[in-house]
Design a protein around this ligand. Structure first.
Ligand SMILES: C[S@@+](CC[C@H](N)C(=O)[O-])C[C@H]1O[C@@H](n2cnc3c(N)ncnc32)[C@H](O)[C@@H]1O
Length: 289
């Protein structure tokens, strides 16, 4: 069951209102291959390759490794692991990784690319307790995936059940305050020679199709992203037994044009972050299933 009423008052917008109370039992399992990501798997695998794309290599993965602080020999759960790019970076430091993802093709790629410290499991993140059958982890990561999931309560709760008290969960989000596709845009203020960020929406929950690789001939391939305001993430983490202990905002490493606007563009890229990283600690009083 979704965290939000499904009735929509306009396209892309969920009805405003309080989130519905999450149920304790996990939702019925859907076939793992029945996700939009499976149709994008070849493109995503090519884009991430062995080491990750430039956003992963330069921004996302260094932040996740920094926040996880996983030590050699520790075990990390990589929930929604894609083709295992994080797992390979962790394994290179002696950490043992189990990755879970719903896309059979991405799991196959992760397995093919894996070293001896990594293993990968095909399945739905909403059903982690079934998939992991009681395995225990020191830490967990959810990298650029929570916004693909609805609801999120069972996933965060499943991570809490899998991680020992005191262990960390690192969540990376496309920044919900500044990077809402179709609603947030760059603009140019000619008079003040200023690049600004225009925000046409934030507080209302929204369900959005995301074109995954625009620009390719006739491409209409998309996945679904669920926009939530920041407190919904913080509250869902708390309700699942996670206390947020640290946070980072990651700014684009890419630089703009070389023209007269370049300085203003660079300044704007240093003002408005691309990603939000939340690090949470598993409370000893995490709710039992
Ligand atoms: C943007 S990709 C991120 C993958 C990886 N964490 C990374 O950083 O490259 C989102 C991933 O979430 C996975 N995913 C989406 N819904 C899922 C679900 N219900 N259960 C497990 N994985 C899911 C997709 O298959 C995809 O691999």
């Amino acid at each position: 069951m979704s965290e939000f009423p499904r009735r929509r008052s306009d396209p892309g917008r969920w009805k405003q209102g309080r989130p519905t109370t999450p149920r304790r039992s996990p939702p019925a399992k859907t076939p793992a291959s029945n996700t939009a990501w499976e149709r994008q798997a070849a493109w995503y695998d090519e884009r991430q390759g062995q080491e990750g794309d430039d956003f992963h290599r330069d921004l996302v993965l260094p932040a996740v490794l920094r926040q996880l602080q996983a030590q050699p020999g520790q075990r990390v759960l990589d929930c929604c692991c894609g083709n295992g790019v994080l797992g390979r970076h962790l394994a290179a430091t002696g950490v043992r990784v189990v990755g879970v993802d719903a896309s059979p093709s991405l799991i196959e790629s992760a397995q093919e690319r894996a070293g001896s410290h990594e293993s990968y499991v095909l399945g739905d993140a909403h059903a982690l307790p079934d998939l992991l059958s009681g395995e225990s982890f020191d830490h967990a990561a959810l990298v650029l995936a929570l916004q693909d999931l609805d609801p999120i309560n069972h996933v965060l709760h499943g991570c809490a059940q899998a991680v020992r008290p005191g262990g960390r969960l690192v969540v990376v989000l496309t920044h919900p305050c500044f990077r809402l596709p179709k609603y947030h845009h760059w603009g140019w203020d000619e008079e003040n020679e200023l690049q600004y960020r225009r925000l046409d929406g934030y507080a209302l929950p929204r369900r959005l199709p995301i074109v995954t690789h625009p620009g390719r001939d006739g491409n209409t391939a998309s996945t679904t992203s669920y926009h939530r305001a920041l407190p919904l993430y913080l509250n869902a983490l708390g309700a699942a037994g996670w206390a947020v202990t640290a946070s980072e905002e990651l700014f684009s490493h890419r630089r703009g044009s070389k023209g007269r606007r370049s300085q203003a563009e660079d300044l704007a890229h240093r003002e408005f972050p691309v990603f939000l990283v939340l690090t949470a600690e598993r409370l000893s009083s995490a709710p039992a299933d």
